[in-house]
Design a binder for this molecule. Structure first.
Ligand SMILES: [Fe+2]
Length: 724
């Protein structure tokens, strides 16, 4: 009788031989090797170790980077070995194109190979060998897994992560994730952060990065820290991050499916445009964007399709296309989007002049049939008061860096009064300029940038963050109509039609959208809180996310709700949320979203604290600190009912999410660690690291969310904002 081990081996070989067409013309895809050449530990030549990605039923991409100080300029030949076992006795026969790969100097000695002809749903082991003289230096052994066959009725188990700031932070999240049994993991972006220590959100102590090509980087805050700009800068980030032992362990154990968000290029970017100066200068920089893209191409194990060759001479965004989809048996279709390359500028430009009226009364009446309650009085600045207000404003505008051209035409009365009050402070009483009475008869009403939330010049607040919901809703809808959707064309026409076609054509139980940033509307209503009257309003928290594309969101969700069983998995916001995304007009037409916390980056609550203390207006609002500390109860308030669709909110935790998807259920386990625990390295004391678990699910054929309440599943009732 065969011993158990031999029996298993024989079975695997047979299974492989049956399922796999012969590779490279060989007869048998599995080649049993007993005697092998002598291998020497070459881990030092592979300082970023190895990785795999984009698993499909018959293929997977393998990645390595080799570094040899004696061959810095030369292309280096590597050999690839793939086997069913970790000892490499049951070897997969690879054709020459796959068994030998060149680590090109011009790609920073990164090498990738797409191994084809593999068996579906199978664990493989792989390694790279660098033959140097007479010595065979071998990398660590990686483990990967192909996707199950499209018709396989199997559970799929995967994790998803996002946002792994390295500066002063440690990858304890990955320490815990590496212990899981997974088919793959999804990275939803912010794999790197492009700045070397931005004090507004990064740590300034602990481990750090100094660019070797500092000349090629962008100095920020008078050179206190830098942002990557050159190819060398971006490569250095990947090299450094990928040298982390815990990140390596995860790559060595599971294939990754990645997309990018903003920080792979630049914070809150759109297309090739950065936003560091908040509109003071034009930060469009295609060379920088292409450097970021090239480094991503080199370092991430991504399958770009058969014929793709990276061309550094191609124009952005045509240089690289990363949106793509994957099937895992009958139950999971994973659709990964790119929500940064094709999107337009934010609705409210950072450099917008706060007083400028963007919708006047005639236009509002024209569009809406009436002047909405949110409209505010304005005057024609040249005509009103014989032009004295124009003079008062011109000085203030110039001091804030605006053109004289901004201070013409219709200007918000509230804004004029703010400036005039400030000007008056320095004047003797008889010279003071009278404030304009906003209640006086005959004033027209409209919407100015100020009414949209733009309180300070050149600021992200009131532009990307913390904009006034009711006016944004009116303005964005009119802009959307007048630009025929271009104002919110977040995917670009080509990607969007691909996305909808894939979603609608999918036969899988679960259509899983690998989505970079929050779809869930996330607003707060400060009406009942103890804040100055000007702040007793409803605010969107983040227009850099889907709240900034709400009309497009409505359009897409309407179609996705029709498709059914669509679940968005999301990162970016550094928080754990569970909720549904419904149509504004019909919240019951909805899809489900589970948002996962950051691997290591500062939590959403920490970011809010930093935004409030860093903003000249918000920092002066009494009680703002308390509101931030209690942000989750502000989000889920049953008094304001501002986010009834938000079933779960934890804005102050790090971690990852594990999904188990079957024909019946999409089960989500949010694994969180304490934010303080990302600041120290737990690698040598894993036992001390606490990982909490919170489980949710949605069921096939529904779009409701359930929470595991100690063994019983309770359903979120949005109308009562309760688990029942
Ligand atoms: Fe992030």
């Amino acid at each position: 009788m065969l011993k158990r081990r031999e029996f298993l081996r024989a079975t695997l070989v047979t299974a492989g031989a049956l399922a796999v067409p012969a590779c490279g013309g060989g007869d048998d895809p599995i080649n049993t090797v007993d005697d092998d050449r002598e291998l020497t530990d070459g881990a030092a030549f592979f300082p970023q170790s190895i990785a795999s990605g984009d698993p499909r039923p018959d293929s997977v991409v393998l990645w390595a980077r080799v570094q040899d100080g004696e061959a810095e300029e030369a292309d280096i030949d590597l050999e690839v070995e793939v086997a069913l076992d970790a000892e490499f006795r049951q070897r997969v026969t690879l054709d020459d194109g796959q068994a030998k790969v060149k680590a090109l100097a011009r790609h920073d000695h990164c090498a990738k190979v797409k191994v084809r002809g593999l068996a579906a749903g199978t664990v493989y082991h792989y390694r790279f060998i660098y033959v140097k003289g007479d010595t065979n230096y071998v990398s660590r052994v990686g483990r990967t897994r192909t996707a199950p066959a499209p018709d396989a009725d199997v559970h799929v188990r995967f994790a998803y992560v996002s946002c792994q700031d390295y500066i002063g932070r440690y990858y304890n999240t990955y320490l815990a994730l590496a212990e899981e049994e997974l088919d793959f993991f999804v990275h939803l972006g912010d794999y790197i952060y492009e700045t070397t220590g931005d004090p507004s959100f990064q740590s300034t102590g602990g481990r750090g990065i100094t660019f070797t090509d500092e000349e090629g980087a962008i100095p920020l805050a008078d050179g206190d820290f830098h942002a990557a700009r050159s190819l060398s800068n971006y490569r250095q980030l990947y090299r450094t991050y990928r040298a982390d032992a815990n990140l390596q362990r995860v790559h060595e154990r599971f294939p990754m499916i990645a997309t990018w968000d903003d920080h792979e290029f630049s914070n809150d970017a759109y297309g090739a445009t950065a936003t560091y100066s908040d509109g003071r200068v034009d930060e469009t920089d295609e060379d920088r964007r292409k450097a970021a893209n090239q480094a991503w191409f080199e370092y991430q194990p991504v399958d770009y399709g058969e014929d793709f060759e990276y061309d550094p001479g191609a124009d952005f965004p045509g240089d690289i296309r990363i949106y793509r989809d994957f099937t895992f048996g009958r139950h999971v279709h994973l659709v990964m989007t790119d929500l940064r390359s094709y999107r337009p500028d934010h609705l409210i430009p950072e450099g917008a002049f706060p007083g400028k009226v963007v919708l006047d009364q005639a236009r509002l009446v024209d569009e809406l049939g009436d002047v909405p309650a949110v409209a505010q009085p304005y005057v024609d600045i040249e005509r009103h008061g014989d032009g004295i207000y124009a003079t008062a404003l011109a000085g203030a505008a110039q001091a804030a860096g605006y053109d004289a051209a901004d201070v013409t035409g219709n200007i918000s009365v509230a804004y004029i009064n703010q400036i005039v009050a400030r000007v008056n402070e320095g004047l003797p009483e008889d010279m003071r300029i009278p404030l304009i009475d906003p209640q006086q008869e005959g004033l027209e009403r409209g919407i100015a940038y100020l009414d949209l939330g733009k309180m300070s010049p050149h600021s992200a607040i009131g532009s990307r963050y913390f904009a006034i919901k009711d006016t944004v809703d009116v303005y964005s809808a009119i802009r959307y109509k007048e630009t025929e959707g271009a104002s919110e064309d977040v995917m670009g026409a080509e990607q969007e039609s691909w996305f909808l076609a894939v979603m609608k054509g999918s036969k899988a139980t679960w259509k899983v959208w690998g989505n970079e940033y929050c779809l869930l509307p996330l607003a707060i209503d400060l009406g009942p809180y103890n804040v100055p009257d000007a702040f007793k309003r409803r605010f969107y928290m983040n227009l850099d996310a889907w709240d900034g594309f709400r009309n497009k969101r409505n359009e897409l969700v309407e179609q996705l709700a029709e498709v059914g069983n669509v679940v968005a998995i999301t990162g970016d916001i550094h928080a754990f949320y569970a909720g549904t995304v419904g149509l504004d007009a019909d919240p019951e037409k909805k899809i489900v979203e589970f948002v996962g916390g950051a691997v290591s980056s500062g939590t959403f609550r920490e970011l809010l604290t930093s935004q409030v203390t860093g903003d000249p207006v918000l920092s002066g609002v009494p009680g703002a600190g308390l509101l931030v500390a209690g942000i989750d109860s502000v989000f889920t308030s049953t008094e304001t009912k501002i986010n009834p669709h938000l079933a779960h909110a934890n804005s102050h935790a790090n971690g990852f999410v594990v999904v188990e998807a079957s024909g019946d259920a999409f089960l989500v386990d949010m694994r969180s660690i304490e934010p303080a625990d990302v600041k120290t390295d737990y690698t040598d004391r894993r036992g001390d690291l606490k990982v909490e678990s919170k489980r949710f699910r949605t069921l096939a054929g529904e779009s409701d969310i359930y929470r595991d309440d100690g063994g019983t599943w309770k359903r979120w009732d949005a109308s009562r904002q309760r688990w029942i």
